[in-house]
Design a protein around this ligand. Structure first.
Ligand code: GLN
Length: 384
């Protein structure tokens, strides 16, 4: 008998991040692996969802998103990025940023096209590229400060390049791309006539003086950029599956066709709640920053005291930690398993964010957890 499995599924594996969550549960470890909050979402968004269900908003929304939500997203994008978007032609609501990225690739990439991605990268980009038939070309960020070498970036571009993926603030590195770096990327996109697909799901989670810049706002970029964001991280509702795509009308047409036949649409009552939340959130964003700034401090201290060398994140809610000084013999996967089983704290092995042999002395921890979870993890790390 044939195995009846399509070859496209053989070029990627199950999510390592979610595997670590399963292992954490199995061994009773504090789950600092998967990036989702273990604390409640803000009251105002929960109440809005309850109201929406009680108000009988329970059938399909318009496939590209309820008008109120698209208007709220457009208004917020105007306030924060200064971009004037038409909610009817340039905003599409999806089932999470995950669907948005898959949709972006399926709508724009031909089989055999190349897509440039910086590594370390978020693990989804590999299966997304495989399922759309694209080949990824990696540009490795410096292990010192996650900067890129402009010459290496230029060398990655060619007539075969269809798109570059930018993710800022970055998962897993915590890097926030500067305006000058984005400018260099933008110039190459224009010189080689490529698209930019930018994943900005952590746009409101920033530290110190770091500032979020959307590449779509740089001169000459709006027409060639697909911007992805969503509600999951900002409002601590990763299970609601609400993301969105911002793109000029000709790209939005293609994105909406793909989205329609992938999922029809995101959950209607939750879209209503999302609209209410975004309309009211301007005073909430600074609170979110402060909350995560505090959590970052707790985990950074705990990891440094335990002997890890850590990159201090500029944004998002992950810490890449180097365990070279801890005297552990094995690689990152062996170390992650050791930490889960013997110490009771679950990270993600660093190699899941690299294409080749990178990351074998790194593990990623998330601090998107309650203070009690982080303090218990700190206690266990201190006892290590
Ligand atoms: N984005 C989160 C992370 O990187 C969650 C990943 C997932 O399970 N989709 O950990």
């Amino acid at each position: 008998m044939r195995d009846h499995v399509a070859s496209r599924t053989s070029v990627f594996n199950e999510s390592v991040i979610r595997e670590m969550t399963r292992l954490a549960m199995l061994h009773g470890a504090m789950n600092l692996a998967q990036g989702y909050p273990d604390f409640p979402a803000p009251e105002f968004i929960k109440e809005a969802a309850i109201e929406a269900i009680n108000g009988d908003i329970n059938q399909y929304a318009i496939t590209w998103g309820s008008l109120r939500l698209r208007q709220a997203i457009a208004a917020k994008t105007k306030r924060f990025a200064g971009l004037d978007l038409d909610p009817d032609r340039e905003v599409t609501v999806t089932c999470g940023a995950t669907e948005a990225m898959m949709c972006a690739m399926l709508a724009t990439v031909e089989a055999g096209d190349e897509i440039i991605v910086f590594e370390p990268f978020y693990e989804n980009y590999v299966p997304d590229a495989a399922m759309s038939g694209a080949k990824l070309v990696f540009v490795t960020l410096s292990s010192e400060d996650f900067s890129f070498d402009p010459a290496q970036l230029r060398a990655a571009f060619s007539p075969r390049t269809r798109a570059i993926i930018v993710n800022t603030p970055n998962n897993p590195s915590g890097k926030v791309f500067t305006r000058a770096e984005l400018q260099q990327i933008a110039e190459l996109c224009q010189e080689f006539d490529t698209l930019c697909i930018t994943d900005e799901i952590y746009e409101h989670i920033l530290y110190d003086h770091h500032e979020h810049v959307s590449i779509a706002t740089l001169p000459g970029m709006y027409e060639r950029t697909i911007t992805i964001s969503g509600l999951s991280k900002t409002f601590s509702v990763t299970g609601w599956r609400l993301g969105y795509l911002l793109a000029p009308p000709h790209l939005t047409n293609a994105l909406r066709k793909v989205h329609d036949f992938l999922t029809v649409g995101a959950p209607a009552p939750l879209q209503e709640a999302a609209a209410v939340a975004i309309e009211r959130a301007d005073s909430y964003y600074p609170e979110l920053r402060d909350m995560y700034g505090h959590k970052r401090g707790i985990l950074l201290n705990a990891l440094r005291e335990a002997g890890f060398r850590c990159h201090q994140p500029q944004g998002a809610y992950y810490i890449m930690a180097d365990f070279s000084d801890l005297g552990f013999e094995g690689d990152d996967t062996a170390f992650a398993h050791h930490l889960i089983e013997k110490v009771g704290v679950a990270p993600v092995p660093g190699s899941s964010f690299y294409s080749g042999h990178g990351g074998d002395k790194l593990v990623r921890f998330t601090f998107s957890k309650s203070e009690s979870t982080l303090l218990e993890a700190a206690r266990r790390l201190a006892a290590m």
